[in-house]
Design a protein around this ligand. Structure first.
Ligand code: GLU
Length: 489
């Protein structure tokens, strides 16, 4: 059996991290088993479709490197891969259900159904369709037809049946048809609803494993009944755990406190490899000997992935961990590549054209160890791009310490004596040693005043390199400013 899996988004918005995780798990499973991974666009809920959503998905998945073997853009032998282009196909199967009496027309109006629902609610009962139109006599049906009443098509749910299946993640799952009610499979405009379309599509596309979010678990019994009605063998089902926010609640797309769309991560300078790595660990855990490992290449993920290690319990989305992980991936990049990626952020933020390439590479290398995503660089490296230095609270405190006048005076003198070209990290180190000897100040008492004076902060990357990259002139100017501002005041 060739494994065939699909990811079937509805084009209703931007690519969400939850969708990306579902796609990733499908992708990993397909690649692990040498199978096929298919993209299908489920656009039957036409009122919710957004024109640019498909393009956005395709773009997002390509960026993540989760490319499909069959899909709307690349085709394949089971196409079309967009539901609204498959209406003729669905029609044939709908007719079959109607002919076999497994489905029927329902003429109930929205008002009637709302009333039924309200009555059920008032009696504290879970609503399910009364089955009124399942028992319609010939005459009434003919009358409704003559009146041109809108009609939906409902599936006739068998009475008193237990539906049992083995979920790849949850194990045995049981539902009962007494809780179901005959469900609508075709809307009054002739377009099938999700449960019908998905069943026909999965069956005709020979999908072997349906891997999707837990929110679809409750759709599975309806789909299993449809498989049975058509006489088809159902695929295996695996429902991935919910994604929770940090307070353990289901992450809602409307929650604006957490960045949830792949596009936002892309724009903020996250790397696709880091996102895939992070999402893989959102519900899946690596086997024993890898339990402590957190950084996994795509090849490793493909090799190690299995449903046995996907948890049933909700997975907490921790943006800080993703940030950390992205930082780890940034550390592994070679400086040239990282500079290519980071440059646009600097250019945009500071409105600069082409800064000197060599200088920019050094700057990027300086911040590489502390960078969690590229968008942070302009802010972190602000001291290199502003003429005036803003001294923060801690820096001001440092500048009030007794060692400051002697250290700054000595450093200014040494810097003034040096040539521009000599103002390199190794030489600066020597200068500082010299000052140590002259003034008797060492360690923090020596470095902090210089760092605080020149950068305005008490923390930052390697001091000698920072000074060298800033350049002799700027450093001297800043020291002089501080001497005037803080020491003579
Ligand atoms: N179109 C559904 C969704 O976006 C997919 C359901 C499925 O995978 O069966 O949630």
């Amino acid at each position: 059996m060739t494994v065939r899996v699909r990811f079937a988004p509805s084009p209703t918005g931007h690519l969400h991290i939850g969708s990306a995780r579902t796609a990733l798990f499908n992708f990993l499973f397909a690649r692990k088993h040498g199978g096929k991974y298919i993209l299908r666009i489920e656009d039957t809920d036409t009122s919710r479709n957004r024109a640019d959503a498909v393009e956005g998905f395709i773009d997002g998945f390509k960026w993540l490197g989760l490319e499909w073997d069959e899909g709307p853009d690349v085709g394949g032998e089971f196409g079309p891969y967009t539901c609204m282009e498959r209406l003729d196909i669905y029609r044939r199967y709908i007719d079959r259900l109607l002919e076999e009496g497994k489905a029927y027309y329902c003429y109930c109006t929205k008002e009637e159904l709302d009333r039924e629902r309200q009555e059920a609610n008032a009696r504290g009962k879970v609503y399910r369709y009364s089955g009124k139109c399942a028992r319609l006599d010939e005459e009434t049906r003919n009358r409704y037809e003559r009146e041109g009443r809108p009609r939906t098509i409902r599936f006739r749910v068998p009475e008193d049946r237990e539906i049992v299946f083995r979920d790849l993640i949850r194990g045995e799952v049981r539902f009962h048809t007494k809780d179901m009610g005959d469900f609508v499979i075709v809307k009054s405009n002739g377009v099938p609803l999700y449960n019908l379309a998905v069943t026909i599509d999965d069956a005709l596309m020979k999908i072997t494993h349906v891997i999707r979010g837990e929110e679809h678990l409750s759709n599975t019994p309806a789909q299993l009944l449809l498989y049975e009605a058509f006489g088809w063998n159902p695929p295996e089902f695996g429902h991935l755990p919910l994604i929770l926010n940090e307070s353990g609640k289901k992450l809602s797309k409307r929650d604006e406190t957490v960045m949830q769309f792949i596009e936002q991560y892309r724009e903020s300078g996250y790397l696709p490899e880091a996102i895939n790595n992070y999402l893989a660990l959102l519900g899946w855990s690596p086997p024993g000997e890898y339990a402590e490992q957190e950084i996994f290449s795509m090849d490793e993920l493909i090799r190690l992935f299995s449903f046995e290690r996907v948890s049933k319990a909700g997975a907490i989305f921790d943006p800080e961990k993703l940030k950390w992980m992205n930082g780890e991936y940034i550390k592994k990049l070679d400086v040239k590549t990282l500079t290519d990626m980071a440059l646009p952020y600097l250019q945009e933020h500071y409105g600069i054209d082409e800064p000197d390439r060599e200088w920019t590479e050094q700057l990027v290398a300086l911040y590489q160890p502390s960078l969690s995503h590229l968008e942070e660089l302009p802010r972190q490296a602000e001291l290199f791009f502003r003429d005036d230095v803003r001294h923060d609270e801690e820096a001001r405190e440092v500048l009030n310490q007794p060692s400051v006048p002697a250290v700054l005076t000595a450093f200014r003198a040494k810097a003034a004596e040096a040539e521009d070209a000599e103002f390199q990290p190794a030489n600066i180190k020597k200068m500082l040693k010299g000052i140590q000897k002259e003034t008797g100040y060492r360690g923090k008492q020596l470095f902090m005043p210089i760092r605080a004076a020149v950068t305005g902060q008490t923390h930052g990357p390697d001091l000698n390199q920072t000074l060298s990259l800033l350049g002799r002139e700027k450093v001297i100017r800043r020291i002089e400013q501080v001497m005037e501002q803080f020491l003579n005041a």
